[in-house]
Design a protein around this ligand. Structure first.
Ligand SMILES: [Zn+2]
Length: 208
């Protein structure tokens, strides 16, 4: 879609859509301050796209209904304890699940991989800010995977949160955002879904 048409359509959209429900499943419970940092950074990234989130532990999913949801598995330890001054390339930091070409509402975030990737730089930063910085990094990986799910695309862009690979600098910088175009397409897609499905869906069956 032409970018100027996209922006024109954006102007006609409601300012705020119903929150997306996120069900979290942490392999290890994160420190409260780190979890708070994940939540606040995700809002910072997604608010320009008109998206907001309701967070619940996956264990509390029974009976809850929502128009859009995602189940997030956080793999390994989402914390900054026991970091080492080593550098490592950990492989993928997050991923979505696709079956028969369809993107499913399940997201994995590789906290252990993020620790390996960031520990050399995190350990060199003041201890007091490490949890917040690591929480921001986790949120950026999560925002990237939510982009795939909510915009229903496997494609990447050349810059911003929707790009294919992140540097340590992207993950630890003070701000890292979607480009305007991705913001617009996320918002359009979400409103479209809400208009299409004013009803509600419950949490999908667990895949594992
Ligand atoms: Zn991606």
């Amino acid at each position: 879609m032409n970018t100027s048409i996209l922006y024109l359509l954006m102007a006609a959209l409601p300012a705020r859509v119903a929150p997306v429900t996120l069900y979290t499943n942490f392999q290890q419970t994160p420190p409260a301050a780190l979890f708070a940092s994940i939540q606040s950074e995700l809002e910072v990234i997604m608010t320009p796209a008109g998206l907001h989130f309701d967070w619940h532990p996956l264990a509390d999913a029974g009976g809850r209904i929502s128009s859009q949801l995602a189940v997030i598995h956080f793999i390994g330890a989402c914390d900054v304890a026991g970091l080492r001054p080593d550098t490592a390339y950990p492989g993928p930091l997050g991923w979505i699940h696709v079956t028969d070409g369809e993107i499913l509402p399940f997201i994995d975030v590789n906290c252990d991989g993020l620790r390996l990737f960031l520990q050399h730089d995190l350990i060199a930063s003041p201890a007091a800010g490490r949890e917040e910085a690591f929480g921001r990094a986790v949120a950026r990986v999560l925002a990237h995977e939510l982009y795939h799910l909510l915009a229903n695309t496997k494609a990447h862009r050349s810059s911003g949160v929707a790009k294919a690979a992140y540097s340590v600098g992207d993950l630890l910088s003070q701000t890292f955002q979607f480009d305007k175009r991705e913001c617009a397409s996320l918002r359009l897609r979400t409103v479209h879904l809400e208009l299409q499905m004013p009803g509600e869906v419950s949490v999908p069956p667990q895949r594992r």
